[in-house]
Design a protein around this ligand. Structure first.
Ligand SMILES: Cc1cc2nc3c(=O)[nH]c(=O)nc-3n(C[C@H](O)[C@H](O)[C@H](O)COP(=O)(O)OP(=O)(O)OC[C@H]3O[C@@H](n4cnc5c(N)ncnc54)[C@H](O)[C@@H]3O)c2cc1C
Length: 294
């Protein structure tokens, strides 16, 4: 279908973008890579009167070393994130999850910030941001503010980015001593996650000193698997220890049913995938088996 008519603005600076959004009013929308927004416009599920394209603002792109964190511009594409050596070194969980996002074409246009602002529960990167305790930097008519990932994902397709605001960058802390894995189950290659699990773990000899685990598509927002994390702390770094902790993966989740999976199937998947993700993070055998073995 052809989208409803809209005006198009392509500012060269962030200040111009914020001004353009302010003068366009509530029915304006930010355009990033367009990979989620354009389908919505074509289906007429969204009909903004003005699109403010961030593609001309060079300051919103790129990955920078910021001491104990990386600062990733919101308009940095998935492909750039994937190829970036700083991300590979300091945020391997983000690199692993980004590699599972869609296909090359989508990764070439879609952006890290767009994925987070869109807040799709099936998107892979919100759970990664939650597991990593990333901080979102937002600019708007009232100035700038920072929002931790734990408060950023408000509801289904709803983030803390308000009308007239722009997500400008994401601060991703480094986790020295941790290893990471993202485990995703989808029906066909390159499609969305039925369930996904982002895991980081730090070993101390034969035990797990600390783990951070977050879940994709187990509710309207990504969910931190607090029960699993508590059970993993001090557990033995082996299959039995991880399996016992993964049994708590469903705690605090509220999965829904759709054409691809029932609630019960998602509850099963999250346990299996949590076990695989944590074993994968620990570098133990058993992780990353064929997705369709679940
Ligand atoms: C075929 C296909 C398969 C896909 N598969 C996956 C997948 O497996 N996993 C996955 O995670 N994703 C998947 N995606 C989505 C992809 O990751 C998109 O890139 C992402 O969801 C949106 O990013 P975007 O830059 O394209 O944002 P856009 O589509 O331009 O925008 C999406 C929404 O976010 C808002 N927005 C975007 N950027 C900002 C900003 N900086 N500040 C404020 N608001 C902003 C827009 O106004 C809009 O409401 C898929 C997409 C397609 C088309």
């Amino acid at each position: 279908m052809i989208p409803a008519a809209f005006d198009y603005v392509r500012p060269a600076t962030l200040d111009e973008a914020v001004q353009a959004l302010a003068s366009a009013g509530e029915d304006a929308k930010v355009l990033a890579g367009g990979q989620s927004l354009l389908p919505l416009l074509r289906l007429r599920l969204a009909a903004p009167t003005v699109l403010v394209d961030l593609g001309g603002i060079a300051d919103l792109r790129g990955v920078r070393d910021d001491g104990d964190a990386l600062r990733i511009g919101a308009m940095t594409t998935h492909a750039t994130v994937l190829a970036d050596p700083l991300v590979a070194e300091h945020a391997p969980l983000l690199a692993k999850a980004t590699a599972t996002v869609a296909d090359r074409q989508v990764r070439h246009l879609g952006t890290f910030g767009g994925s987070l602002a869109h807040a799709d529960p099936a998107g892979d990167l919100p759970a990664v941001a939650l597991a990593l305790d990333a901080t979102m930097e937002i600019a708007g008519p009232d100035g700038r503010r920072s929002v931790p990932a734990a408060e950023f994902f408000v509801d289904f397709l709803t983030s803390a980015v308000g009308p007239g605001e722009v997500l400008t960058a994401v601060r991703v802390p480094k986790y020295p001593g941790f290893t990471a894995h993202y485990e995703k189950f989808n029906r066909t290659a390159q499609s969305w996650a039925l369930v996904g699990v982002a895991a980081l773990a730090r070993r101390d000899g034969g035990t797990i000193a600390e783990a951070r685990v977050a879940l994709t598509n187990m509710g309207p927002t990504p969910v931190r698997a607090a029960g699993v994390e508590a059970a993993l702390a001090g557990a033995s770094a082996d299959e039995a220890g991880v399996a016992a902790a993964a049994a708590r993966a469903g705690e605090g989740t509220s999965p829904t049913a759709d054409l691809s999976a029932s609630v019960e199937y998602r509850a099963h998947l999250v346990r299996v995938l949590t076990e695989r993700a944590v074993l994968g993070a620990l570098g133990l055998v058993g992780a990353g088996r064929g997705a369709h073995a679940a």
